[in-house]
Design a protein around this ligand. Sequence first.
Ligand SMILES: *[C@@H]1O[C@H](CO)[C@@H](O)[C@H](O)[C@H]1NC(C)=O
Length: 126
Amino acid sequence: MKTKLLKLGGLTWKVHLGRRDSTRAWKDLANSALPSASMDLLLLISNFKNQGLNKRDLVALSGGHTNGLSQCVIFRNRIYNATNIDLTFAKERRATCPRTGGNTNLAPFDPTPARFDTAYFKNLMK
Ligand SMILES: *[C@@H]1O[C@H](CO)[C@@H](O)[C@H](O)[C@H]1NC(C)=O
């Protein structure tokens, strides 16, 4: 784990393994309680609240998920239909995510998908 973080740059810290809330895993509960990529801000806040997490937790955990790539099928509706999206960003995504087909085409979550940095938070503030 430490090696992986170092490859992305940024800070490292010790993480204790295991969990404190249960000695068992509940797949169905996890799958039904996890926030969906299609949730808007109000739904996300409510979803997090139901799990004992606040808005600060939501922002931190969202930022932690900006490393990596997403499939076109997950964000297509948003880049073609949403009115509250940066148009330049939407146009960039449309270049590799057509209206139909290309469901598994990949695009980065943020401009620096392979770095552990604060780009997500800086763009969020803009
Ligand atoms: C845009 O929204 C309409 C109406 O909900 C939907 O039928 C259509 O599939 C959406 N377009 C894309 C590209 O997702």
